[in-house]
Design a protein. Sequence first.
Length: 1066
Amino acid sequence: MFREVKKEESFPQIEERVLALWDKDESFKKSLDSRPETEPYTFYDGPPFATGLPHYGHLLAGTIKDIVPRYWTMKGKKVPRGFGWDCHGLPIESLVQNELGLAGVAEIQNLGVDKFNETCRGKVLKYTSEWKKTVRRMGRWVDFDTGYKTMDKNFMESVWWVFRQCFDKGLIYQGYRIQPYSPALATPLSNFETNQGYKDRQDPSLTLIFPINSDEAKFKDTSILVWTTTPWTLYSNFCIVVGPDMDYNLVEQDGKKYWIAASRTAAYFKNPNIVDTCKGSELVGKDYEPLSRISDAFVTPDQLTRHYKIYPADYVSTEDGTGAVHTAPSFGEEDFQKGAELDLGLFDPLDTEGKFTDKVPMWKGLGAKEADKEIIRYFKEQGRVFKQDVIVHSYPHCWRTGVPLIYRALKTWFLKIDAPVTSKDGVTKTLKEWMVENNQTVNWVPDHIKNGRFGKWLEGARDWNLSRNRFWGTPIPVWLSDDGDMIAVGSIEELQQLTGVKLDDLHKHFVDKLTIEKDGKVYRRTPEVFDCWFESGSMPYASRHYPFENKELVERSFPADFIAEGLDQTRGWFYTLTVLSNALFQKPAFKNVIVNGIILAEDGSKMSKSKRNYPDPNDLIERTGADAIRLFMINSAALKAEDLRFSEEGVKGIVKQVMLPLWNAVAFFVSNHNADAAKGQLTWKPGQEVKSDNELDRWMLATLQDLAAKVEVEMKAYRLYNVVPAVIAAVDDLTNWYVRRSRRRFWKSENDGDKNAAYATMYKVLVDFSKILAPFLPLLAEEIYQILVREVDASAPVSVHLCEFPSADKSLMDEKLVERIAMVRGMVEMGRVIRATNNVKNRMPIASMTVVAHGKVEKNVAEAMKDLILEELNVEEMKFIEDESSLVECTAKPNFLNIKSDFASLFGQHPMREFQQEISGFSSSDIINLQNGGSVTSAFCSDVKYTSKHVLIQRKVPEGMAVEANQHFTIALDLTVSDRLRRKCIARELVNRIQNRRKDQDFAITDRINIELYSESEVLKQSVTENESYIKGETQADAIVWKDSTAGLQESDADGEKVAVEAVRA
């Protein structure tokens, strides 16, 4: 006997029961222990921050990360799953700053870096208990106990080792570069952080007047117009650049003369009075009157001699502006390069928070963007503003604070992407070349990411700014002497030897106080900490404390077999893993990667706590269960790196369409088995194989083998987006076809071979389904396995997740049978479409259907399966005809999209109207030929061969008939309803009402009943009389009893005829 299964069971309650079982049995540990060390499978789990609660993006990625390891464990692999925590960086620093009310870097330093960092340490794991609870509740198996934290000493030491290896290879340098800088965080950001924060904003559009100092007649008493959107950089202006080959006009207006690019003149002057022209090369070398000379004191006299002149540049554009570009070498990439080329020096009047210092006393204390208005007002008063406007453009903002970034020249630490790297076997390539080459060996899912989003990012990769001017992070292990000499440290032992100080912690407030004395020099640590992406990119090594421990294990298991994260990580974790693995070992960091899309709110907007535009994950888990959320997310475009609009109704749809039918199938099997076993009407025992000749059994077993084979192929390729639809379709095959078509075989009273075969087949299918579904629906699959296997066989594995994943049994495969049933189901589906389109309910019998088979095989199938098809469609008679034209009038219209796709090259000689006219003239035989997979050669061009994809077939049918067609059949249903047919419909409706009363009273499937009826409708009474045996057979009734009143009965109706009904146990 099996444990009783309630059809109305709560899935969340089932899941809680399974979770408790897993805890009690230590199922996860046993799944690891049962797999041999000789079958390793390496999975890297990217560390999340524990400073916030898990959201749907985490649940999606976590589900993918659970499915794949579960699958490979069931395939015999040993798959450790250590969970990691990202502990350093801006998320925790921002949280602590807000809690402590610290406005900026200065206030942190006043508090004390030690106090600030220790507060960060205490807060960084704030939500770990919530994370653990949610991860467990989602049915995910991970090892929290032996996981890693990026703030642990061992992890940080390995990060130092990674850096030291890069340093020794000549990949690390310190230098001035223009960097995207966050004034709010007082630190530069990496290129991939910057790309996360682009959004539209308004900025000033300012055109300024720069008088030219020249006695040359052409340029005397003239000015050049210069455009900028960054007025706050004007105090750092050292030169102006023009296009040497560009044409410039001298325009006179209101007695003043202005030089402007010829192609931009109309944008500034309505009716320009052009008095002269020149090439940009003629402007080159001219001096101009600066806006301010405040910067003069901050450069050398030699540099000053080259200031305030016009220089040539090939990057000058005339898409906007004036064709003359303001150049401030401290701010902007091209400005910096031009300043370096001319040795103009730098002048940066901003502090670490992006505010003006006393270098520009007038605006001291004002932020750069904040000062724009005052600066514009001041230069207007000086008569230097020609035009003021506002521009809306896409501009980078701090990904963490939302504050606009500024681009400024900073001295920071870089990892050089174009530096040469030599492999162990002596091959030398640049780091970028290694990354691009090795990326081709990685299986990206979806595939277009490889050479698309990620590949293009690699090709355009720039030097990585890996330092941050912050506090809570792994310190960059470089000690500098006053003369610029440097020592890079790669281990705790090395630093202890160099300083003589024993270290228990590597954080900034411990190591900053340490100095190194060597060869008469004193070395002090550079103050920066690592970009936390450098830490996460070091995870494959640092999580194992490589190379200080686990050296052989890490090298044997590298690169990872599998990783997965969201699309945004193509410029984050995927990238940093790739940089460091190629820098260290000239290998990819991973072999297979699944990239998921972004989860949005149901309306397509970004999920927002303040807008409350999505259901709370934990609340939804408690309402629908975790399995439903898992299946909804992975049965979506998100597995193809596309956006997913999250929908609670979609989750409920998974419950209704997949989980509930599957559970009802289990309940049906268990209820019937237990009843038959109790009556001694069954010789079959669980696990006993019975060879079945029944076509339905053979089809279901063949379908299961096809599914197992497909899952194996697609899981090897990591294409989950092909696996899940196939699994869902197979569940539908089981629940909506096999179980429904097999019910009477289970209900019959005799103990014959067919009944035993039905039980044996359904048992095998359900058990194998529990194993196939286990990676995807781990909780429900476990419950089914426990009921059907473990609770009746103590020798079986304690969990479905310890079982072997089913492999296809070729002896059970039957391609032709599967194709035949697919044809039949296709025909049935067309019939149902006709009913739905014409509002004819399924319980209304149809007198006849006419079938045109599009081939001999199709006709044989339809004839052999005629009774089944008629029963499924509730049709009384099937007729066959050979010529569709005798049934419907078919005409062909062109499929313009496919014609254009295939024959566009011929449009010069043969316009589209020729194709349209020819296709519209197709005969019935032409159309039939196309339907049967043939082709029609064009009369006007022998190169054109039309197939079915080039035409749209329209069918005109006689009144009272409705037609549908597919590649195998055309079917027509006679929708005329006679009185006799309506009475049969009433009988079917009545069966439904009786079944509802059985369900309402929680009768078992096997309970026999008596039916009690009352009705004043003569039509209904006649219907019952004519269809009594059908009604009793469908409801497992022994008798129908007519009552004198509605007392004790449930009032209802059957196709509009009033009736009162009750089901009473016999």
